[in-house]
Structures are given as C-alpha cells and as structure tokens.
Design a protein. Structure first.
Length: 204
C-alpha cells in the first residue's frame, strides 16, 4: 500500500491542473484513431510527443517519452525510468456517473527486469485496473478493462519503470461500453505488492 501511496500521491493536485492539449497534425494514423467514440486525445502518440497528456515524472531516474516503436501508426509511449520509481502520464475523459467505459490499449516489454507497469483510473480515489512487476511480454498484447464511473470526472493513468530496458504503450482507447461489465483485474499476471527497491543504472 505504501508503494501505491507514493506512486499516486500527486494525483489529486494533477487532476485539478489537467487541461487538454491542442491537436497537431498526425503522422501515420493509428488504429485507435479509427475507433468510433474513443475519448482519448493523441491515443497513438502520433503527434510525436505527449500532446493531450499530463506528465508526472518519477522523483529520480525519470525516463519516458514517445518513440518509433509502434503497435500501429508511427509512434508509441515508452517508459524506462531507472530508479524503480514510476513515471506516469494522465488524461481526463468524459464520464457519466453510473455508466461503464471500456479501457483498452496495446502493451509490450523487452523482458528486461526489474520493471513495473500499471493502468488505472483516478476519480477522487485511485482504481488500479491492472499491472505488476517484472513483466515479460514480448510482442504486443491487448488487454481490456471495464470501469463504471462513480464521479463526474475521471482521469486515465498509465505508468511504469524499466530499470535496464523499456516498455511500451500504444493505441489507447476509452469508450462507453454498450452494457455494464464487472471491473476486470487481469492485465498482467502479478500484483503490485512485493516490488523490491532494486537500483541499477543503464545506458540510454
């Protein structure tokens, strides 16, 4: 629990400060840009930067951004913080209390450990949808979750670190589901608990 408190201690302040960024011309369209009803701006990071997202860099060892290692399109979001502290990116999305939203994305690691990745929603409190340490996911996978709004606002949170390597997110989709679904907790195999404070440097 202390890890979660540390990772998300700034979310209340950040949620109050988040604004949508302006649109830039897309490079190569991503799959997520074709999904009707997608509530996420710059869902495939095709602006070449984090336009539309608010960033929360790790307190030390921060390393994240947009690179040309996509699932579709030209770019993807990467995390590679080197001090076992998670970088995070956040984006608000429109919600109606009581309505259910599907959250999906593409994810991949380079199997280098220690690492951590997670996805969640902040709506006054943090709802961890899935994630875990020491993930070994070679090749893109496509997890889906369902979130039922409990407040008049919601913020999608993606985060992670990868001490010796990198991990990638792409094609982020949030859209209203056709019918309510139970909250799914099966993004990755392991939970957040038990992450060691391993500190190894890497060459970037």
């Amino acid at each position: 629990m202390s890890i979660l408190k540390t990772a998300f201690s700034g979310l209340v302040l950040m949620a109050a400060l988040i604004v949508f960024g302006g649109n830039k011309a897309l490079a190569t369209p991503s799959y997520c840009d074709t999904v009707a009803g997608n509530l996420i701006q710059n869902c495939g990071f095709e602006t070449g930067d984090l336009t539309g997202w608010t960033t929360m860099p790790a307190a030390s060892g921060s390393l994240f951004g947009v690179s040309g290692n996509p699932n579709t399109g030209s770019n993807a979001l990467f995390f590679g913080a080197v001090d076992s502290l998670a970088d995070q990116v956040l984006q608000p999305f429109a919600v109606t209390p009581g309505h259910t939203y599907m959250i999906s994305f593409a994810f991949m690691t380079d199997s280098a450990t220690p690492n951590l990745a997670f996805v969640g929603v902040f709506d006054g409190s943090f709802h961890l949808l899935g994630g875990g340490p020491d993930l070994n996911i070679q090749g893109w996978v496509y997890p889906e979750y369902f979130y039922t709004a409990t407040n008049s606002f919601a913020v999608l949170v993606l985060g992670g670190f990868d001490v010796p390597g990198f991990e990638w997110f792409d094609d982020v989709v949030v859209k209203e589901a056709s019918a309510p679904e139970p909250l799914t907790l099966s993004l990755f195999a392991a939970g957040i608990a038990g992450i060691g404070a391993l500190r190894r440097r890497k060459t970037v």
